[in-house]
Design a protein around this ligand. Structure first.
Ligand code: AGP
Length: 608
């Protein structure tokens, strides 16, 4: 996520901004910038790359004098990383300047309206429209202009704002993206997160949605969107800096698991407009989509597991044949790419060497490639013919969770779009699926809050030698991801198996007490799965079942059951994977493993 810092007080602002941004580096970013009011005008410096570049550009802030300013580290969502796209952004006469964390979902519509009114844009960002929209509404009262702009914007935003003709006032606004404010010894400070302010204060105010704060060096005034003054409570922060970077969670992985509801929401909401699936970045007309005769999905690791799930969703919803391949295999098997084939390269980092090589191989053979990528401006994003971003925000833990979850959402949306275009999903069915999509964030949150029960169960398996995950259809794909999570962070050997395959060999490994996690979310396969569970149970296995809340049959074949809420049968991976992520996480924690940085692994495998 982007990072915001702002200061108004008696000290020089620039060094405070740079230092605060440095404390937010863990959030991931690709460029940075600061703007400082120097008594006459707002000076701004911004650059692509690490904060070090900006510090060198400003001589650690010495070249930018002034006691009020705002700073930003950018995690690109709209517009590739560049000096121009870096924040802050000015209005046309540079009298208003803004930094932003979040996504303005209706920015294209607002940009069009402002262009018609003669405004010019220099960046590709959604943020720049905020500066011009403030300019459009500004008549000398910042609060009035801010609330008018808030009524026009859709999406998520935390903003830091300076109005040059109000040189002693710093403004900040919040909707969905985090924002806190506090006092320093000689002024006031705003930031995206606690680590940036801990040096100055442990007493902070958490800004809530649609609240505005007006800061001067001595005061903080809080308003709601109707410009009415409101009272706010101060919170005393107990965390140390290390814990603060993780938002109070023990590990980035757990923090990112808890960010999954937002990752789901941020990935689907900009792509559902007036009850329709709208994927502008697809770059294909409905006619072109109708001409797609085959989909080839190529990826590695967890992204490959997303592809395994997506196969069932595309084939089930859109009746398009799908082939799923490991990128490391695809790139060397001289693949046959027929006319009318769409290739999906799925990658969180967008830098995985095998996946990038597979993309190039596919394009060399005339294939059309759509990248499903989390890192804006990454190699796969740049080289694909089109790219559909998963807006999960930066993922720090090596073991992917929120990016995986966001990739699933991207697949559901694409499959629904194909099905609509092909006339295989009528308005009522589409509305029902969109309703189910919209329920996912809260359902994921409910499953995450079940973590203590899963931690207790995990503590029984810290000494396990083998753990098996079995499933059929989509549940086999879920088992693959559940098994990988277990292996890669707890180092406990695990295998995922198509449940129907057990009797062809693997069942010989089942001994007294072997744990078998059975995933059964596909109602049509309940009976088959239950007989597989009985098969292993009669050979001594302890059976953990992950199944739908309405599955009344399961308890006769399982020793321990984790229920997931009802959802569309194509979306069950998004829910069933949550207890399996938590299971792997707590076994790893119980075994004292380095959860965020497991041995031998890298966050992005940029070598073969
Ligand atoms: C998953 O937890 C692993 N970190 C790994 O399997 C990962 O999914 C794989 O390396 C692919 O990475 P990518 O999505 O960045 O291409």
């Amino acid at each position: 996520m982007c990072g915001i810092v702002g200061y108004v007080g008696e000290s020089q602002a620039a060094p405070i901004l740079l230092e605060g941004l440095a404390k937010l580096e863990y959030r991931g970013y690709d460029s940075a910038g600061i703007a400082v009011y120097n008594g006459n005008e707002v000076q701004m410096k911004k650059a692509m790359g690490r904060l070090k570049v900006l510090s060198e550009l400003t001589h650690d802030g010495e070249l930018m004098s002034g006691t009020m300013g705002i700073g930003h580290t950018r995690w690109a969502t709209h517009g590739a990383p560049s000096d121009t796209n870096a924040h802050p952004h000015f209005n046309k006469d540079e009298s208003i300047v803004v930094v932003h964390n979040g996504i303005i979902e209706n920015y294209l519509k607002l940009k069009k309206r402002l262009t018609e009114k003669g405004y010019e844009f220099i960046s590709e960002t959604d943020t720049e429209i905020i500066a011009h929209l403030l300019d459009y509404y500004y008549k000398g009262d910042p609060l009035e202009a801010i609330t008018k702009v808030m009524h026009r914007m859709e999406g998520s935003y935390a903003l830091g704002l300076i109005f040059a003709d109000h040189p002693d006032e710093l403004y900040a606004v919040r909707k969905d993206s985090p924002l806190i404010v506090g006092h320093t010894k000689d002024g006031s400070i705003i930031a995206s997160d606690v680590p940036a302010v801990l040096k100055y204060t442990r007493d902070v105010v958490f800004i809530q949605n649609e609240e505005i704060v007006k800061l001067t060096k001595d005061n903080m005034e809080f308003y709601n969107i109707d410009e009415e003054p409101i009272e706010k409570e101060t919170t005393h922060i107990e965390w140390d800096v290390n814990a603060a970077e993780k938002g109070g969670y023990e590990h980035f992985m757990l923090k990112e698991m808890y960010e999954q509801p937002k990752a789901i929401l941020d990935t689907f909401s900009p792509r559902i407009k007036d009850g329709q699936i709208v994927i502008e970045e697809l770059g294909m007309s409905d006619e072109e989509m109708k001409d797609i005769k085959k989909i080839m999905i190529v990826a590695c690791g967890s992204a490959y597991h997303v592809g395994m799930t997506a196969k069932y969703v595309y084939e089930g919803l859109a009746r398009i044949p799908v082939e799923v391949d490991l990128a490391s295999e695809f790139r060397y098997r001289d693949p046959i790419i027929e006319e009318g084939t769409l290739l999906l390269i799925i990658s969180q980092s967008g830098e995985t060497a095998d996946s990038l090589a597979a993309l190039r191989e596919a394009q060399a053979k005339g294939g059309r490639v759509l990248g499903i990528v989390n890192v804006v401006g990454s190699s796969i994003a740049r080289e694909a013919d089109n790219v559909m971003y998963t807006w999960a925000g930066p993922e720090i833990a090596v073991a992917t969770t929120k990016a995986y979850t966001a990739q699933l959402i991207a697949q559901y949306l694409l499959a629904m779009k194909f099905a609509c275009v092909k006339g295989l999903l009528d308005a009522k069915e589409l509305a029902g699926m969109i309703e189910d999509l919209k329920k996912l964030p809260a359902q994921v949150e409910m499953l995450l809050n079940n973590k203590n029960r899963i931690q207790k169960f995990a503590n029984r398996y810290l000494a396990a030698r083998d753990i098996f995950f079995i499933g059929r259809g989509i549940d086999h794909a879920i088992s693959l991801e559940g098994s990988l999570k277990m292996k890669e962070i707890s180092y406990v050997h695990s295998e995922a198996y198509a449940a129907g395959e057990l009797k062809h060999g693997t069942i010989s490994l089942i001994e007294e007490g072997t744990l078998v996690a059975a995933v059964l979310t596909q109602e049509a396969l309940y009976k088959k799965m239950i007989s597989n569970m009985v098969e292993v149970k009669t050979r001594g296995a302890f059976v953990l079942a992950v199944t739908n809340v309405d599955n009344t049959e399961v308890e006769r074949a399982a020793d321990y059951v984790i229920y997931i809420p009802k959802t569309n049968k194509y979306f069950t991976n998004s829910l069933a994977i949550i207890p399996l992520q938590l299971f792997g996480y707590y076994v790893a924690v119980g075994r004292g493993c380095d959860v965020d940085k497991p041995r031998n692994l890298a966050k992005s495998v940029t070598v073969e």
